[in-house]
Design a binder for this molecule. Structure first.
Ligand SMILES: [Zn+2]
Ligand SMILES: [Zn+2]
Ligand SMILES: [Zn+2]
Length: 120
């Protein structure tokens, strides 16, 4: 995803285009979820408090949404209009977004568990 996309998103929600937010949103372009700790591990220069504060703001305006807790950690992902489900890796903390295997079913939450590509 291009930078312009992220800037446009921030503009649309009347958020200051800080470098921190930009970098966090870049991570959210991936089809997976992130915990504050994972973001902090990825963007070492941002301390955990800064990450939490930014996620809170992004959640407030609806750019980012809470998905679920996994291993006691709240996972976040970019707000998506299309329904999809999640794959949880049993060995690491990654949660990937996957296409819905039962699209005809009415509203549901489906979590698949297994081993991700990195852990196999
Ligand atoms: Zn894994
Ligand atoms: Zn997802
Ligand atoms: Zn589904």
């Amino acid at each position: 995803m291009s930078h312009c996309n992220i800037e446009e998103t921030l503009e649309r929600h009347a958020l200051h285009k800080t470098k921190d937010r930009h970098r966090i949103l870049e991570l959210f372009e991936e089809k997976r979820t992130w915990t504050a700790k994972q973001i902090h591990q990825e963007l070492r220069t941002l301390n955990l408090t800064t990450v939490y504060r930014n996620i809170q703001k992004l959640t407030e305006v609806g750019i980012v949404t809470e998905v679920h807790s996994h291993h006691g950690e709240q996972h976040f992902e970019k707000q998506q209009k299309t329904h999809h489900d999640h794959f949880l890796c049993a060995s690491c903390d990654i949660v990937e977004c996957v296409p819905c295997p039962i699209p005809k079913q009415p509203t549901h939450i489906l979590e698949l568990t297994g081993t991700c590509k990195t852990c196999t």
